[in-house]
Ligand binder design. Structure first.
Ligand code: NAD
Ligand code: WQD
Length: 336
């Protein structure tokens, strides 16, 4: 249970992968959850299992958060005291092909939600940002003070929204706004009942490895083995999704001591290569995961690892789950 006063939290995009896990963490900490989602990348029944697991009702509203009047109505009617804004389109490759859809959806959603909050006198806003804002970092691990420079339209939406929320926070001292820069979320709730279920071909490594493990695909294509890393494959900071979502609860509860705008990295502070992640899934499943080395994927970088010191010290938050555990939990969440 929470030690701070219970909040009623609107999670936009709450039917998605991270949102559904966030709902569990919020409820476990004693908060109430309201969700708005238009199901562009999720299913209407995604939160049924969360309600079963927690034995708690969640108010779930189908709608688009670009509808400012709807968001304001939901905030007022349900007594929302804080918003975690996750609703966004998130596929990097698609964002290069459809930049207007990405800038349109992601920027308009953020502005609409902030505007509705202001009208409804609701001032706590947590934003789902991404390590993608660091672009190709000068060095690893990356602190929040590192230079910013996203390299694709999706990443640019995160960078631009960070600028907007910083300015919004500076405009009125009632705002408490936090940007959480996620590294690479993997894994699932320990029940195995809440899955990452991307629509269409997975873009990210773990869902792709899961599709090979479950026999939906023949092999993993490993994008490059000639990077200057431990084994030549790309290194990322994979963070268990339950650790990640607990970081949101910590950020929310820190807001009673917060003035204005804050930024935190949410990562483990340790990297794993593509081959190490595949090995982790082999260990978790007892299967051999076939893979083939292909060329580098356009826009990929060699290494991206968080320095999570600031979140550790200021939020009192630590990761507690290993990558091996994330592989077990991802596997258990698959129908197999
Ligand atoms: P997801 O696609 O599973 O969830 C996003 C949800 O937002 C979906 O359910 C989708 O239907 C909904 N949505 C999109 N636009 C909407 C709109 N206009 N109105 C209402 N609902 C809308 O993605 P996720 O992995 O859960 O990511 C959640 C957030 O975290 C996103 O903002 C994403 O950019 C960010 N993020 C994700 C990762 C990652 O690797 N998964 C990493 C860094 C940041
Ligand atoms: C991880 C590693 C790939 C798939 C992306 C976004 C970032 C964030 C998280 C939202 C890389 C390799 C992958 C495959 C592979 N999302 N890979 N074969 O690229 O670090 O980050 O998702 O904010 O913005 O850019 O994650 O999971 O796609 O890739 O070899 O089939 O796995 O080259 O080294 P990435 P990823």
């Amino acid at each position: 249970m929470t030690t701070s006063a219970p909040e009623t939290v609107l999670v936009t995009g709450g039917a998605g992968y991270i949102g559904s896990h966030t709902a569990i963490a919020l409820i476990n900490a004693g908060h109430n959850v309201v969700v708005i989602d238009n199901y562009v990348n999720s299913k209407p029944d995604a939160l049924d299992v969360v309600q079963e697991l927690t034995g708690t009702d969640i108010v779930v509203i189908e709608g688009d958060v670009r509808d400012r009047a709807l968001v304001e109505k939901v905030i007022v009617e349900h007594g929302v005291t804080a918003v975690i804004h996750m609703a966004a389109l998130k596929a990097v490759g698609e964002s290069v092909e459809m930049p207007l859809e990405y800038y349109g959806n992601n920027l308009e959603s953020a502005i609409s939600v902030l505007d509705a909050m202001k009208a409804a006198n609701c001032w706590k806003f947590v934003f789902s940002s991404s390590a993608t804002v660091y672009g190709d970092p000068e060095s690893n691990p990356i602190p929040e003070t590192a230079s910013i420079g996203a390299t694709n339209p999706y990443g640019m939406t995160k960078e631009m929204i960070e600028v907007i929320i910083r300015d919004v926070a500076a405009s009125d001292d009632r705002w408490k706004i936090t940007s959480l820069r996620y590294f690479n979320p993997v894994g699932a709730h320990e029940s195995g009942q809440v899955a990452e279920a991307p629509v269409g071909r997975p873009n990210n490594l773990m869902p792709m490895v899961m599709e090979v493990a479950t026999g939906k695909r023949e092999k993993v294509m490993v994008f490059g083995d000639d990077y200057p890393t431990v084994d030549g494959t790309g290194v990322r900071d994979y963070i268990h999704v339950m650790d990640l979502v607990e970081g949101h609860v910590a950020a929310l509860e820190h807001m009673s001591d917060q003035d204005g705008y804050e930024v935190f990295n949410l990562g483990q502070g340790r990297g794993a290569s593509v081959l190490e992640l595949i090995a982790g899934v082999e260990k978790a499943t007892g299967l051999t995961i076939p893979y083939e080395v292909a060329g580098r994927r356009a826009g990929d970088i060699a290494e991206c690892v968080a320095d999570p010191t600031r979140a550790n010290e200021v939020l009192g938050w630590q990761t507690t789950r290993s990558i091996d555990q994330a592989c077990v939990d991802s596997w258990n969440s698959q129908a197999h």
